[in-house]
Write a protein that binds this ligand. Structure first.
Ligand code: NDP
Length: 438
């Protein structure tokens, strides 16, 4: 704690994993040797850098850039880049730590890392976004590469930003190294189904959990928080499985549509116009079962639902929200975002018998499909949407079964948190053990 003073989210993520390890250490005491656990909690490398850029008024702006290369025992560091004003080293470390176990759970040869900046893209022009991305990559390019570290998108970083960063990487290195970044557009080396993968993957995971109880999404009321990349494609997949999505949000508030969210309109607002979610009400008109609640007037988790899919940001769902959801009859929850539920919320869900899918398992479909993008780049191939989605579905089923099986093996049936933490830990720990004291 002293070494990582003030990094609250990092403490939270580490504590959750360590709390799950008692049973695995009782069975395999060798994991206590050679400071293995201490090494797993310490990033291999942390890079913090200045990002200067010029805004549209000609003023010089300064932001701080980060790349935390957490663990490369299983493969090159892999994990997204986040642009959000809340970004600091503690947030990037928590994300990199989670990513290490998530990537291990996919069964693919990828280590864990994460990066970002406290840059706020909201309200910035195209030119400002491009100049920022170029400046960010001017430093980052020294530290990444197809065999070293392969970043992708995250909050505030989508296909547009990946394009500007890839362009600058190519220009600085004079190499067309397609596998250096994932989340690229299709016409220059991206993978089909990558955009959809995290939301689809979380939906597949929850579907597998529901199936263990003989249930499904069909006819269920669902609430999805956020309205970014993960949220939009969660809505799409849930609807295709027969679920009705009643509410979505952004940081200004939430929209309820009692008829079920209109996916076409949602995509138009968020992906084409890059506008606010309150525009949904403007487009639909008042008094047709559609209303907007401002963020300071209520929580999206007040909307009664059978399945909750938090897909915005860390600690967005509190203990009080969890109590409300349980009271309203929640059956299952899949974490689309990273660590969206507070530890108290998780405890409440588990005590109430809610099927709970932790992010490091449930949202692993994004990074798994990024690894499929790396495979396609390496073989200079391009797969169909159907082929790629079929791979994603198999990967998510395997992750589900691994978590459920590990929970059973360690005497905690149905505890997907414990299952994910132990299964991810064992994969990383075995590899580190084999590689000596590194
Ligand atoms: P986007 O930037 O596309 O969307 C983020 C959404 O969450 C927006 O609607 C945003 O609203 C909202 N949001 C962000 N921060 C806050 C906040 N502090 N309070 C309230 N709402 C907030 O990001 P993604 O959809 O890519 O990522 C969402 C989550 O999923 C993150 O936790 C990310 O780490 C995780 N994730 C993403 C993956 C991916 O493939 N993209 C893979 C695995 C996990 P607003 O526009 O108002 O800020």
């Amino acid at each position: 704690l002293r070494r990582n003073a003030g990094e609250l989210e990092f403490h939270q993520a580490v504590r959750e994993v360590l709390e799950s390890l008692g049973r695995v250490i009782a069975k395999h005491p060798r994991y206590l040797e050679n400071a293995l656990i201490e090494r797993i909690c310490e990033p291999e490398r942390q890079i913090i850098f200045r990002v200067p850029w010029v805004d549209d008024q000609g003023r010089v702006q300064i932001n701080r850039g980060f790349r935390v290369q957490f663990n490369s025992a299983l493969g090159p560091y892999k994990g997204g880049i986040r642009f959000h004003p809340s970004v600091n080293v503690g947030i990037i470390k928590f994300l990199g730590f989670e990513q290490t176990f998530k990537n291990a759970l996919t069964g693919m040869p990828i280590g864990g890392g994460k990066g970002g900046s406290d840059f706020n893209p909201r309200g910035r022009s195209e030119g400002e976004i491009m100049r920022f991305c170029q400046s960010f990559m001017t430093e980052l390019h020294r530290h990444i590469g197809e065999y070293t570290d392969v970043p992708a998108g995250d909050i505030g970083v989508g296909g547009r930003e990946i394009g500007y960063m890839f362009g600058q990487y190519k220009r600085l290195t004079n190499r067309y190294e397609a596998g250096v970044l994932t989340g690229k557009a299709l016409f220059y080396g991206g993978s089909r189904a990558r955009t959809e993968a995290t939301g689809y993957g979380n939906t597949y995971f929850v579907q597998s959990m529901l199936a263990t109880k003989g249930q499904s999404f069909d006819g269920r009321n669902v609430v999805v928080s956020g309205s970014g990349n993960v949220a939009v494609y969660t809505v799409e997949k849930v609807q295709s499985f027969g679920g009705k999505v009643l509410a979505i949000s952004d940081s200004s508030g939430y929209i309820v549509d009692e008829n079920g969210i209109d996916l076409k309109l949602l995509k138009e607002i968020k992906e084409v116009r890059r506008a606010r979610i309150s525009d949904y009400l403007r487009a639909k008109g008042e008094g047709k079962g559609v209303y907007f609640v401002k963020a300071d007037s209520g929580s999206i988790w007040d909307v009664p639902c059978d399945v909750a899919m938090p897909s915005a940001t860390q600690n967005e769902l509190t203990g009080a929200d969890a109590k409300t959801l349980v009271k309203n009859g929640l059956v299952a929850l899949g974490e689309g975002a990273n660590m969206p539920c507070t530890p108290e919320a998780i405890r409440i869900f588990q005590e109430a018998g809610v099927l709970f899918a932790p992010g490091k398992a449930a949202n692993a479909g994004g990074v798994a499909t990024s690894a499929l993008e790396m495979q396609q780049n390496a073989s200079r191939d391009s797969w169909t949407f159907e082929q790629t989605e079929a791979r994603l579905a198999v990967i998510m089923k395997n992750i589900h079964d691994t978590c459920a099986g590990t929970a059973d093996e360690y005497g905690a049936p149905g505890d997907y948190v414990l299952g994910a933490n132990i299964a991810g830990f064992v994969k990383v720990a075995q590899a580190m053990d084999a590689l000596g004291v590194i």
